[in-house]
Design a protein around this ligand. Structure first.
Ligand code: SDX
Length: 441
């Protein structure tokens, strides 16, 4: 049952016939041509590679206005949430649909602690990966492996889902920290029940037997804000993958594991790692910001200005504005200065003043400044997309649950326009009456 309302009818004229298509309108005035009956009434499918123009679901979770640079989770502006909430409160908001009361928050926090440990047998998995293993590969493999240790999710009960949601939100952080310790050759650090979500993560990452670790409130606050910035973003690539896998009724662990793989790509969440590598190239290879801008504009050059451009935002990504503020605070708190910040700001100024970027509405996106904060926190570059995944997890879960609970959402199975060979036979092709393929017997 559609939640959007029909406000008009569009007419499609084809082969002398006239078809009426409903026009739907969402809460914020977004309008959509309803083509759910298109093939049944016209025999045609729509054609939209990259699904640039096609809404694939109705959703109550996140609203993005790409022209005005608006991002809201369940109606709250991203600026409001990063200013006033913790990441765990926003995770609760996304999954449950409302901000938690203090008692709901405490119960949620207790669930996080209850499920923060990994099954001890999973510790051995880490020792079997090569030292140079990318943490995103480990993350995806470990998440789908959780389904072998916790098979309850096969039951569709609300209680099983709640436990699985808590397990995933809590254990993803533990898996990420364990993979870092493995990478560093340091002893792993177990989660502690006396530390809150972000402090616990930072302690598991940076506590060592020699130096211990004292939580830094500035860094803990910055990490909460950074994770909130990433918590959801409507039907982006990785969320679409999570919904698609979930639409086949695969379990939540399998769906999230697939989403992690989609996020890894450099055009998506992997961009935050590429941004720092791009900024470092200016120093390591003696390039200049001007050179990078020219390369990004050169169609013969596959180089893109990572951290710039967006499928939906045709103005400054509101998350990038907040991330820029955070990175300046973290850098001045941790390292005083970072030459990469100067390069990033010069790149931004040059791009924003350049006709190529202006004509295409290319602005900094969420990935342009976030890596600078992680770098100042001491998080290694190959963990940056892992940080994106930790932030995005509650959004993926909320979208998966919405997909599962909406009777209208069927298994995702797009159509195509076939442009391959027409019918032909092997005999005709080989121009012989009888032919026995060498591989046949
Ligand atoms: C994320 O969808 C989401 O919500 C994603 C995300 C989330 O929260 O989930 O916001 C997170 O993935 C952010 C994006 C991170 N990726 C990058 O920073 C990689 C660099 N950006 C580009 O690859 C690109 O902008 C995309 C992938 C982000 C968007 O690609 P689109 O929408 O398919 O746009 P396009 O490639 O068709 O670009 C339109 C034009 C093209 O030029 P013309 O053919 O018109 O001449 O703009 C050019 C592109 O070549 N262009 C760029 C560019 N981005 C677009 N040119 C140089 N550098 C760039 N970064």
């Amino acid at each position: 049952m559609s939640m959007s309302k029909e406000i008009a009818r569009a007419k499609l004229c084809l082969d002398g016939k006239e078809y009426e298509l409903p026009v739907l309108e969402g809460t914020e005035g977004e309008r959509a041509l309803d083509i759910r009956r298109l093939r049944a009434t016209t025999g045609m499918v729509s054609y939209d590679p990259g699904v640039v123009n096609t809404g694939v679901c109705e959703s109550n979770i996140t609203f993005v206005d790409g022209e005005k640079g608006i991002l809201r989770f369940r109606g709250y502006d991203i600026e409001d949430l990063t200013e006033h909430c913790s990441f765990l409160e926003v995770a609760y908001l996304l999954v449950h649909g409302f901000l938690p009361t203090p008692s709901e928050y405490n119960a949620f926090s207790k669930l996080m602690n209850l499920h923060s440990m990994l099954h001890e047998d999973m510790r051995n998995f880490f020792s079997l990966y090569p030292d140079h293993a990318h943490p995103m590969a480990i993350l995806s493999a470990m998440v789908v492996s959780l389904s072998t240790f916790y098979p309850e999710l096969e039951l569709d009960s609300t209680e099983a889902i709640d436990i699985t949601v808590a397990r995933l939100l809590s254990k993803l952080r533990t898996i990420a920290a364990f993979s870092y310790k493995k990478n560093m050759g340091q002893p792993i650090v177990y989660p502690r029940s006396d530390l809150r979500y972000c402090e616990n993560f930072l302690n598991m990452m940076f506590h060592t037997p020699v130096n211990g670790y004292s939580p830094d409130p500035v860094i803990t606050h910055a990490l909460n804000q950074l994770l909130i910035l990433h918590a959801d973003h409507e039907q982006n690539c990785s969320t679409s993958v999570v919904r698609t896998v979930g639409s086949s009724r695969a379990n939540l662990y399998a769906s999230i594991s697939a989403g992690i793989c989609a996020l890894w790509g450099p055009l998506h969440g992997g961009a935050n790692q590429r941004v720092i590598e791009m900024l470092e190239s200016v120093i390591k290879q003696g390039l200049s910001a001007a050179t990078l801008i020219e390369r990004a504009k050169d169609k013969a050059d596959p180089f893109k200005l990572f951290g710039f451009g967006h499928r939906v935002y045709k103005t400054y990504d509101p998350r990038a504005k907040v991330a820029k503020k955070i990175c300046k605070q973290v850098i001045s708190h941790m390292t005083r200065t970072d030459p990469l910040l100067e390069i990033a700001q010069e790149l931004e100024e040059r791009a924003m003043a350049d006709a190529y970027f202006q004509e295409r509405n290319l602005y900094p996106n969420v990935d342009f400044y976030t890596g600078l904060s992680y770098r100042a926190m001491g998080i290694p570059i190959n963990m940056f997309t892992v940080m994106f995944a930790i932030g995005r997890l509650p959004g993926w879960i909320a979208q998966w649950l919405e997909q599962r609970d909406n009777a209208e959402n069927r298994i995702v199975r797009p159509r195509q326009v076939y442009v391959g060979p027409s019918r032909r036979t092997v005999a005709e092709t080989l121009n012989v009456s009888t032919y026995s393929h060498p591989g046949k017997n």
